[in-house]
Design a protein around this ligand. Sequence first.
Ligand SMILES: Nc1ncnc2c1ncn2[C@@H]1O[C@H](COP(=O)(O)OP(=O)(O)O)[C@@H](O)[C@H]1O
Ligand SMILES: [Mg+2]
Length: 393
Amino acid sequence: MHLLHELKNNKSKHGENYIGLMSGTSIDGIDVAIVEFTESQCQLIASLDYPIPSEVKQNISKLSSPRTNTSLQALENRIELMAEMDVIMGNLFADSINAILKQENLSPSDIIAIGSHGQTLRHRPTNKNPFTLQIGDANIIAERTGITTIADFRRMDIAAGGQGAPLAPAFHNAILRSSKIDRIILNLGGIANITLLPKDNNKEVLGFDTGTANTLLDAWYKKSHQHSKYNFDTDSGFAKKGSINKDLLQILLSDPFFQLPHPKSTGREHFCLDWLLTQIKNVKQEIKQEDVQRTLIEFTTQTIADSIESLKLSNYQILACGGGMHNQFLLNSLTEKLDVKVKRTNDFEVDGDYLEAMTFAWLAKQRLEQKPGNLPSVTGARLEKILGAIYSC
Ligand SMILES: Nc1ncnc2c1ncn2[C@@H]1O[C@H](COP(=O)(O)OP(=O)(O)O)[C@@H](O)[C@H]1O
Ligand SMILES: [Mg+2]
């Protein structure tokens, strides 16, 4: 399948339109992508970055962070809050769909289905009872938009013994594989994940989470800039003022996640501010705030570089996507380590800001066509599975 990029105002009547909805661990906003599929192509025809109100962000952040306070009242409050946020996020997702339809002057009948990832609150695929939890009630999305909605994409893979993540590699394989050169697709969201697309069609696609991309960078920036109107360290302006603290870097890199073989995936329930504060306490000397930020850049790019090097490729391209691709300082730090210039998927006609949302449009289509959505070589599932539950409107 070949992909043409963002041909706005070219809504061909021949293709089938699907909408993908994504709100990642960074909780920075809802990505909405309208994707047109024809037999041989798919193209992003419209996109929208729909805002999440700050109070909602705070509540999602609170629910995404494990608490050790286990009083019955606290537990009761969190269950109530989670159930309510499921409705609030469902309504926000529906609002975002209705906003893009209005923006593009489209009606619900122009869209075959919505694929909604939901908002992850927990991802624990290696628990004794493995689970992953996304909220944003799809009943509400279907009812309020008048469009069939597919959601709950990850749990069938977990039921089949997989990690339930990452799911994007199957879509990367469909649209970004080259027969001339091995490619790494590097998604720099809250968490970082890589997809290896071998040029040899007989070789399996691999993909796994390498650790954090922006989660800790954002968390530390916000902690040290409590009155800032910004939610992240734009272009690493703060990190650039600091120096790498080698002791802290070694401690961060010694987390057992980095020694695990793939398939593997992680989330902000593990790599959270509390985790970082615990590691900082293990360093003997005081560390300046900007040095922590700079060290986190190094930590992020070192873990990505180690993961890519473990694949033992000789000649390959790296195509970055996700919000972190805008952080040139981070890309430079990675380029220095790997000796391969890190490009962006945008250089290959794929809008890296909406690639994940497009993935869920594609997964919705796969679901309706009864085709599998996972790659067992990536998630570790026992077999290919049809992913997602259908909510008819
Ligand atoms: N100019 C920039 N400089 C530094 N970081 C950026 C920049 N633009 C975006 N980001 C980072 O990208 C994140 C959002 O990335 P995104 O791919 O949406 O993640 P997620 O999938 O977790 O929602 C922001 O939280 C921020 O950390
Ligand atoms: Mg996002």
